[in-house]
Design a binder for this molecule. Structure first.
Ligand code: NGQ
Ligand code: ZN
Length: 455
């Protein structure tokens, strides 16, 4: 049956009662009718939310999570972590990429993500040669999304240089090497996979790895409606290198080079001056915030308050996947602000005073734009992506709908996501993913191979 009756459902305008939700065989929502009489023979749910968009992922890094938490000889940093990540990426096979991505996507679904944007740069063989199929590794990620039921935006990455001024790649970056034409070739090779569950955009890795001319060329060549993502201003060192190279800060430099709009997602954008905050907010580009990875890597704290005051749009991503939960990303987005400002309830607007509801709705809106897919709201014509929370859990039992997101995001560590519908398919039921055991078995195998290979 392609219908659900929700006692409480979060619609774009807020919580509504007795909502009949229907979708079609393609996985698109067809009817959302609040104040409906309870229908016969339709499954019921207490609290229903739209599934969250995870706007930034490097799926293979899931298998590195927790293994870089031991101090080295000197001070550890983002850059020392990156060397460990390169070492980990050196030998990984396409089969292992698929197994790791499937595990990640199943975990993300169980925790409430129904879309992932994969910022995909591991595109060549370990010896730096292209695979016989240019989109080999990207197709593996797509296969993992399909096996797990996750909605996907694949972003093949433009990665040509090691640093500003077109510095040659380091040997450890050989698997990432692409020029503009390579990326367009991969985008083309992926075209047959596009459907309601899968979109293809592109991503210059950063202004370090792609020159501003390359960024411009890629943006001009990609079909107009497709998303473009870029890492930017994630570390102070990048800002300093950019100032030395171009006399401007990274976001200034990018915005001087080209007009940004809502098809753009600027990932991290941590280090902004006031002018950049205003300009980025005005542009309509999405700030791609990844609070748990930014904390893990010691990036810094995004200037959320002035960005929101200027009307900026944002979404969240789990990036290196030290967390697979949107609860943790949104909780830490708010907590980072509280810690910095020594205040409470920062992520609100004049109109929306509830932190949890503001964060969930705003991250959905920004995330949907970044994904370039019709997702992010319980609305006719969008994908049938929704979460049923466990209404019997002590944190939710009998609560007012106005308190649901506060309980969900800011109280405890149990996973309150009980069932997940993604693209019109029930992929999680009773907290279990439909292929959880088989996917976990392949993941364990892949991780074992990687461990034994590195000894
Ligand atoms: C990445 N990760 O592409 O995996 C980056 C680090 C780089 C994050 N920014 C690598 N979390 O910037 O060169
Ligand atoms: Zn990243």
């Amino acid at each position: 049956m392609r219908a659900l009756f929700a006692r409480h459902a979060l619609l774009p305008e807020g919580w509504r009662r007795d909502v009949l939700v229907e979708w079609d065989i393609h996985g698109d929502l067809t009817h959302i009718v609040p104040d409906s009489p309870p229908p016969l023979n339709v499954a019921r749910a207490d609290y229903v939310l739209p599934g969250m968009v995870n706007l930034h992922s490097h799926a293979f890094q899931r298998a590195l999570g927790g293994l870089t938490e031991r101090a080295g000889d000197g001070p550890d940093s983002f850059w020392t972590w990156r060397d460990l990540m390169y070492r980990f990426a050196a030998s990984i096979t396409p089969e292992q990429i698929e197994a790791i991505a499937a595990q990640l996507f199943a975990e993300c679904l169980r925790h409430g993500y129904t879309s992932v944007c994969e910022f995909h740069y591991l595109q060549r063989a370990p010896d730096g040669q292209p695979y016989a199929r240019v989109a080999e590794t990207a197709e593996r990620v797509a296969a993992a999304a399909q096996a797990s039921g996750m909605g996907l935006t694949l972003l093949p990455v433009l990665y040509s240089h090691a640093g500003f001024g077109e510095q040659p790649l380091k040997p450890a970056q050989g698997r990432f090497r692409t020029g503009v034409d390579d990326v367009l070739g991969i985008v083309e090779a992926l075209a047959p996979l596009r459907n309601g569950q899968l979109e293809v955009g592109a991503a210059p890795h950063s202004l370090r790895a792609a020159s501003i001319d390359q960024v411009r060329a890629l943006a001009a060549a990609l079909p107009k409606e497709r998303p473009l993502h870029i890492h930017i201003a994630e570390q102070q060192a990048e800002v300093e290198q950019c100032l030395a190279h171009a006399g401007r800060r990274p976001v200034e430099y990018l915005m001087d080079g080209m007009a940004l709009d809502a098809r753009w997602c600027l990932v991290h954008a941590t280090h902004l001056n006031d002018g950049e905050v205003q300009a980025l907010a005005r542009s309509g580009a999405i700030a791609g915030l990844c609070p748990t990875t930014e904390a893990n890597l010691g990036d810094g704290v995004f200037p959320l308050e002035p960005f929101l005051a200027a009307g900026g749009a944002f979404g969240v991503g789990s990036d290196s996947h030290v967390s697979q939960s949107p609860v943790e990303e949104l909780r830490w987005l708010e907590y980072g602000q509280r810690l910095v400002h020594q205040r409470r309830n920062v992520a609100v607007t004049q109109k929306q005073r509830d932190v949890g509801e503001f964060l969930w709705q705003a991250a959905l809106q920004g995330g949907a734009k970044a994904a370039g897919r019709r997702v992010g709201a319980l609305e006719e014509g969008r994908r049938a992506d929704l979460l049923v929370l466990d209404g019997a859990h002590p944190n939710l039992d009998g609560v007012l709908d106005a308190d649901v997101l506060g309980r969900f995001l800011f109280c405890g560590n149990d996973n309150l996501v009980r069932d997940v519908l993604c693209g019109g398919r029930w992929v999680v039921q009773g907290g279990r993913h439909m292929a959880q055991d088989a996917i976990a078995q392949r993941y364990r195998q892949a991780v074992k191979q990687l461990r034994e290979g590195s000894q």
